[in-house]
Write a protein that binds this ligand. Sequence first.
Ligand code: ACO
Length: 431
Amino acid sequence: MAKDTVTVTNNATGQSVELPLYHGTHGPSVFDIRPMSKQLGLFTYDPGFVSTASCQSGITYIDGDEGILLYRGYPVEQLAEQSSYLEVCYLLLYGDLPSAEQMGEFQDMIMNHSMVHEGLRRFYSGFHHDAHPMAIMVGVVGALSAFYHDSLDIHDPQHREISAHRLIAKMPTIAADSYKYSIGQPFMYPDNSLGYVENYLRMMFATPSKPFEISPTVVRALELIMILHADHEQNASASTVRLASSSGANPFASISAGIGSLWGPAHGGANEAVIRMLETIESVEDVPKLVARAKDRNDKFRLMGFGHRIYKKYDPRARILRQAAHEVLAEIGAEQVPLFEIATELERIALEDEYFIERSLYPNVDFYSGIILKAIGIPLNMYTVIFTMARTVGWISQWMEMLDDPEYRIGRPRQLYVGEARRDYVPIDKR
Ligand code: ACO
């Protein structure tokens, strides 16, 4: 990193401090505010951390103005077209694309860890029969720490690697089991001879009583969604994982914290919210009413699947999935065509509307992933679970990077205290 400086002056006292300015490979430069609190006794104020780099990272790069997303330097468009989800996992975890031999070994390693302990399977029966699968995911993934005492030393690189492999390998099994439990069907064991995504779909949709068949279009569509959701730098859930694990917490507990964060409707819960919203619209003619509600300042309603904290021109993942949604609907999911027509009309009206243009509100990845997941028959309450499965590798890569960073320390944001000034305790009979 090149090093310049920025001078900050406190006009009230006239005191100044020189702060190091760092330039990354791409993106805005950052200045290091640590000397400021030491020398001027000042903190910065940045609710939502919108202007703060919490770490240095070499995993994912996003340029929200230009609609660019790179994993380890590779444009996501190229990976979506030419790579597989497991290859992207290798890339994110290890930093480079694998050779054929490395890829074979990695694939075998992941698939060989796909089963979960039988004791873990018994956890499911403790959940209420209509529990949301995400509630089950938070609990069961956290519970993995009770099964792998042999690999919880986060300071041991081998422990870290085996935990990473276990999490990636078991996530589809845990996800599919959470669905099977909710519909009362028997859990399916993984079939390690299948690809990662196909194996997940089999555990979701197969039953022991009939042969399983799945269309390659469905497998490819889900693989694409998985690739596009694999990492997204320091978003709410990745930051949650980093913050949780900065205390030294084990990876299973930390990833469980990330799952909790992802569940929120402003983050990973949005694709489910998109379909729920589209299903309230009876016909294309009703779309303008929904747009009017979204623009009404007195109505808290927002168009789900529109807007993004970072992408202000377009979301590159949305562009890829928009195309994929057309292909999927042309081949399968014909009964979803009316829903897609409503979505297309909503997109058209919103993209031409001043309100959305002024605020740079474009359809985001969730808008189209929701439509594709619906078309390939994924139940609504599993959408965020699929996002969880895809993002696990991103969280783990961020976690591993953090533990290798000599600058890493326990995360501890500061605050601007605006509560009562110091006051003395008044006994209850005198209040
Ligand atoms: N519909 C209508 N108006 C919107 C929308 C929307 N979807 N999103 C933002 N706005 C408006 C806000 O009301 C605000 O208007 P104002 O300036 O008149 O007050 C302005 O746009 C800016 O909104 P912010 O909330 O400040 O934007 P922010 O960048 O903080 O929020 C977010 C981004 C949370 C994604 C927001 O656009 C939203 O709630 N979208 C809907 C939920 C969604 O699709 N989430 C998925 C995100 S992508 C992901 O997690 C993979």
